[in-house]
Design a protein around this ligand. Sequence first.
Ligand code: 1QQ
Length: 378
Amino acid sequence: MSFKKTAILSLAALGFAASAADIKIGVAEALSGGAAQYGAAIRNGFELAAAEINAAGGVNGNQIVLVVADEQGKKEEAINVFKKLVFQDKVLMVFGPTLSNSAQAGHPIAQAGKTVAFGTSTTADGITAIGDYVFRNSVTEADVLPETIKVAVKNAGIKKVAVLYGNDDVFTKSGYDNFKKALDDLKIPVTTTETFAKGDVDFKAQLTKIKASGADAIVLSALLAEGAPIMVQARQLGLNVPFIGGNGMNSTKVFDLAKGQSDNLYVGSPWSASNTTPENSKFIKAYTEKYKMAPDQFAAQAYDALYIATQALKTVKLSGNLAADRTALRDALPAVKWTGATGPFQFRRANDKAGKPAGYDAQQAPIVSVTKGAEFVI
Ligand code: 1QQ
């Protein structure tokens, strides 16, 4: 008998055998760097859901074990972390990464390893075109932005807008493309289109041009690291028009980062703190008790995502053969329907670039809200 076998047998004799049935799930999120503004809330959402699911008996008696890794909001790190989780840690599936920019780098690794990659915050075009193991429950910019613009225009009597976007990030660029399409469809004139890059800190030149252009609102496709200072600097320049933002601006962190200058920002998401369904009330209460702070949509989507995966896992008879189990989970996921903190959810098949069926997007309706006194109000 080899040493390895002896070691396993003695572990079993000591009562560790049950751990063989643990279900290892990877969580690859930005836990440091600028995107940790989102990633920390996402991790909290997963850990809350895992604790609840395990306390209620786990998945057919098996406990969920999260293997959390920091992909730092960077493409190269997303590649490293996905390789580690898929090939070294041998997790059943991977949630994350936080940014679409990183997903374009990390998801092909999961796809090659025939392992589900499940985004809970990735909203750019083309993510689920990567392959049939790629899923997300985050509603795309393409689905949300037309609705956000419609509500903002109606509410604030907007006639013409300026557009400002980050041109070096997959998400901010996709947000721009979808904003542009929605503005064209609604025949809303654009006074000027300005850009910035990741890491920029001074946006006065672009904002001065926007002010001179006479726009009634600023359509902004940005992540918080740049989006929050943009709001502050606009107000400093006396540019007090509404902002219309994408998913990147849809975080309560905007209230900390743009202190006192965060009013009048329109965003859309299926999740709202003021939604009083039993599922959402339970989530908000449990989250607030556990973390001593209010959740945001990023936490809510991660929380729902683990419940969605759990519903699929409950229908799968895990064989202990990793490759077979990974594929069985992939095959079970598309049929899941789940009503969670973000409301009723189901998947919708996405196509690849050639128009052939690929991964799965979220089929969910957005709610548009506007910031007022450090709150999102419907
Ligand atoms: C993306 C996003 C970001 C705002 C996630 C935090 O939506 O990168 O797709």
